[in-house]
Ligand binder design. Structure first.
Ligand code: CA
Length: 220
């Protein structure tokens, strides 16, 4: 098929960000602090945070899930877009990274909307299901260890209500998904989930060339 999607070179990307990014001091400082970390590149792009906040509002989300908090940028973006009585269940295993997240969430005044679970996300999600949470969540963001992506996807799909939205990050994986010589565990897992979601009749889906590739899967 002939490509119709425009490519963004640096100048065009800068134009997009300069024209539409609604930045503020807290977001900017969190980005700066995270960029200094060894794994700072794992932080989502600022326009992706803004896009996720818009999606949160578009689905009218009150209950959200995040698998993979890192230093909290996406969680901050989503939590701000939740109503005052909204709740974000945030899953991560790193005390060190989420300590940064908690500091910024508190400063932004959204800490009361976020329940951080420092445990394996599969266990946290299974607990939510066991407690009767299936079908009650509005939106979920999956951005953690890639080898468990399928496990996270299945659990989030169970937890979502019909019409709820799953966002899956890094689905193009720097282009590695089409590099057959790359058979690393992470790449194989992402490739497998992409193929599965693409044909999954429980959802409608798109892959957007946002950040490192973002899948949107809406539960039927
Ligand atoms: Ca990511």
């Amino acid at each position: 098929m002939r490509r119709k999607t425009i490519g963004l070179d640096d100048a065009l990307y800068d134009y997009v960000v300069a024209t539409t990014l609604r930045d503020d001091d807290i977001l900017a400082r969190l980005r700066e602090e995270t960029a200094k970390l060894e794994w700072g590149r794992m932080q989502i792009a600022p326009e992706q945070g803004q896009f996720m906040a818009m999606l949160t509002r578009l689905v009218g989300a009150r209950k959200a899930i995040e698998v993979g908090v890192f230093t909290g940028y996406s969680g901050l973006s989503v939590a701000r877009a939740l109503p005052d009585d909204g709740k974000l269940i945030a899953c991560d295993v790193s005390e060190e990274w989420t300590a940064i997240a908690r500091r910024y969430w508190k400063e932004a005044g959204v800490d009361g909307k976020i329940d951080l679970h420092l445990a394996l996300a599969t266990e946290t999600l299974d607990t939510l299901i066991a407690e009767g949470g299936a079908g009650t969540y509005d939106i979920a963001f999956i951005d953690a260890d890639k080898s468990n992506y399928d496990a996270y996807y299945e659990r989030c799909l169970t937890l979502l209500r019909p019409g709820g939205l799953i966002m899956i990050d890094n689905v193009l994986w720097g282009g590695s998904v089409i590099d057959d010589s790359d058979q690393s565990e992470d790449t194989v897992a992402i490739r497998a989930l992409n193929a599965k979601v693409g044909k999954d009749d429980r959802v409608s889906c798109v892959i957007l060339p946002v950040g490192d590739g973002l899948t949107l899967a809406r539960k039927n």
